[in-house]
Design a protein around this ligand. Structure first.
Ligand code: PEP
Ligand code: MN
Length: 337
């Protein structure tokens, strides 16, 4: 439910409405807008008796949000959310490019890749220090050492760091190094983890689970938002289907669907979606044309020697070429890279 306030409503009137909502045992979320303030109501199990709120000074009307995701809902927050990280933005006209290896493997290789993706135009560096692997015998990441290497790469290049946090207990540690927490597909419904990152003042890149519906993705975002963290970036990374020629199937329709349903930025990961470097450029171009707010792309200087996801990693030259291609597509739809 959303209480729409008059455009000239005073702070006292807004506080009064919030207090009445709290007295009713519910949570109030004031949402400042360009024109007026709205106050979201969450925490109700049944229909809220709106009589007490309707008559309060400054209230224009009350909108019932029928979807189960409230704070993530565009009805709650008509303007796009723009996530800001160290002077860079995700969700605005300029498309955010996040690139780097699947995993941080060594200082030397990460620094080399970081310089190359920066030169090509990326603003964010990705790389996992804690890796969710299907096999416990596969490379699990360098842990804190990997985080230190990422921080060094940020110092050298100015790129902002996106890295996965796999477990609730690691959130404080990862937050000391990361600029954006990544929640991986396998963790999308790790609710205690979602609540924990929701309490940290750091943006969260939330990947869609491989068998999750768009509504489930939005409900997971809702967990983070409802803990007080408004900076959530959604990421479509392919879903499991019967198709075998690609690792997953990129659900490109997530982009316009999310754009309609939610104010949160939506980016595409063509690397995990395809599982094959040959398809990464085509899917990236499609993502930009569809209106994605960013791309998350795996890049490696020596894909055959990569410790994870080499098959889907672009060489830096190919990544650079792709950046040129998407610039033109972005310009054609009034955006820029
Ligand atoms: C990754 O980004 O390297 C990763 C593990 O992705 P996903 O969670 O989408 O599989
Ligand atoms: Mn990967």
């Amino acid at each position: 439910m959303l209480v729409v306030m008059h455009k000239d409503a005073t702070k006292e009137q807004i506080d009064k409405v919030s207090n009445v909502i709290k007295e009713m045992g519910l949570k109030a979320h004031p949402i400042p807008g360009a024109q007026r303030v709205a106050i979201g109501i969450t925490g109700n199990k049944e229909m809220v008796d709106t009589n007490r709120i309707e008559g309060l000074p400054g209230v224009v009307n009350i909108i019932h949000v029928t979807q189960p995701f409230k704070l993530a809902n565009r009805e709650f927050h008509p303007e796009d959310t723009i996530v800001s990280v160290d002077g860079k933005f995700i969700g605005e006209k300029e498309i955010a490019i996040i690139a780097g290896p699947c995993a941080v493997e060594s200082e030397e290789s990460l620094l080399e890749i970081a310089e190359l993706v920066k030169e090509a135009g990326a603003k964010f560096l990705r790389g996992g220090a804690f890796k969710p692997r299907s096999s416990p015998y596969s490379f699990q990441g360098l842990g804190e050492k990997g985080l230190e290497i990422l921080a060094k790469a940020r110092e050298r290049t100015g790129l902002s760091i996106v890295t996965e946090v796999l477990s609730e207990v690691d959130v404080p540690l990862v937050s000391q190094y990361a600029d954006i927490f990544q929640i991986g597909a396998r963790s999308m419904q790790n609710f205690p983890l979602l609540k924990t990152v929701g309490r940290f003042p750091k943006p969260v890149l939330l990947k869609r689970g491989m068998s999750a519906t768009i509504e489930e993705l939005l409900m997971s975002a809702e967990y983070i938002l409802s803990e007080g963290n408004p900076n959530v970036i959604l990421c479509e990374r392919g879903i499991r289907t019967f198709e075998k020629y690609t690792r997953n199937t990129l659900d490109i329709s997530t982009v316009p669907v999310i754009d309609r349903l939610s104010h949160l930025p939506i980016i595409i990961d063509p690397s995990h979606a395809s599982g094959n470097w040959r398809y990464v450029s085509a899917l990236s171009r499609a993502a930009i044309a569809a209106g994605a707010d960013g791309l998350l792309i795996e890049v490696h200087t020596n894909p055959p020697g990569a410790l994870s996801d080499g098959k889907q990693s672009l060489k830096p030259e190919r990544f650079n070429q792709l950046m040129g291609e998407i610039k033109k597509i972005a310009a054609a739809i009034g955006r820029k890279v």
